[in-house]
Ligand binder design. Structure first.
Ligand code: ADP
Ligand code: MG
Length: 271
């Protein structure tokens, strides 16, 4: 039985009379990692928002989403967010409250979702920061979001998701605002998150390196429609759809100059 079962999901903008997502049907088994890829504006984030029940009321949603055989509704989404469904967003800075310390925000989350108070919440926060290899967790808890780099905040978000042990983790472009070092770190943390929690992981990314590193399955979107949803190795070796081939080609071409630069560097500075 699939753990997530999406049937005929459509999202429509009645003001602009525009279809944002059209009739998507897909399912996902437990412990699987799905990557959603597609050009900018193809509807990837809208699908992620539908899965966490955060489509703005100005848009119309049709179709059904089942989690573990239970229907997602506004009420269930509210209850499940955090504890059963974790969300790691692209914009780590905006995900935190700028006027509260990291520690306060982590402990408040653990109190609300896990009922951990005082020192128990603090110990849980420290354990989380240690799990994502952030140094001096005690000091980090006293800091405000602006005192941390984007990569560190991204890791704090992953730590929170890890320590809540949700059944599903959705990460929307988790590496797009990071430099190469932090990107690698975050990919490694997401891999660990999947292995250690056994959670279903849905990752939205146009970073094919990330997708190849962690996805079991890939779903390709184009103009609000699902073009194909197949095992990752099949998408990369024998893409079925012309648009998928185009997407892979474009990404390869974009990363090619970087690879050339890297090789030139290796030749110039062999070690
Ligand atoms: N709240 C909204 N109201 C109206 N249109 C929206 C809203 N959110 C997204 N869209 C439109 O839906 C399309 C898909 O957006 P999005 O899901 O963010 O794409 P992606 O994440 O693939 O870049 C875009 O054309 C975007 O402008
Ligand atoms: Mg998006």
């Amino acid at each position: 039985m699939p753990f997530i079962d999406v049937k005929n999901l459509s999202v429509h903008d009645p003001v602009q009379q525009k279809s944002i997502v059209t009739n998507m049907t897909f399912s996902l088994q437990q412990q699987h990692c799905l990557a959603i890829i597609g050009e900018s504006g193809s509807g990837k984030s809208t699908v992620a928002k539908a899965l966490i029940g955060l489509i703005p009321p100005s848009l119309e949603v049709e179709g059904t989403i089942l989690f573990d055989d239970e229907t997602l509704t506004i009420q269930t989404a509210e209850q499940w967010r955090g504890k059963r469904i974790g969300f790691i967003s692209q914009d780590a800075m905006n995900a935190f409250n700028p006027i509260e310390t990291i520690g306060h925000q982590m402990m408040e989350t653990f109190q609300r979702h896990l009922g951990l108070h005082g020192n128990k919440g603090k110990a849980h926060a420290i354990a989380g920061l240690e799990r994502v290899h952030l140094n001096n967790p005690n000091e980090l808890l006293k800091k405000y979001p602006h005192e941390l780099s984007g990569g560190m905040l991204q890791r704090v978000m992953i730590a929170i998701a890890m320590m809540l042990s949700p059944d599903v983790i959705i990460a929307d472009e988790p590496t797009s605002s990071l430099d190469a070092y932090n990107r690698r770190e975050v990919i490694m943390q997401l891999q660990r998150l999947k292995e250690e929690t056994g959670a279903v992981l849905i990752i939205i990314s146009h970073d094919l390196g990330v997708v190849q590193a962690i996805a079991d399955e890939v779903l390709v979107m184009h103009q609000g429609e699902m073009l194909e949803h197949r095992p990752a190795e099949k998408i990369f070796t024998v893409p079925e759809h012309q648009q998928t081939k185009h997407l892979l080609e474009t990404r390869r071409r974009l990363s090619a100059p970087l690879e050339t630069l890297r090789q030139q560097r290796v030749r110039a500075f062999p070690c």
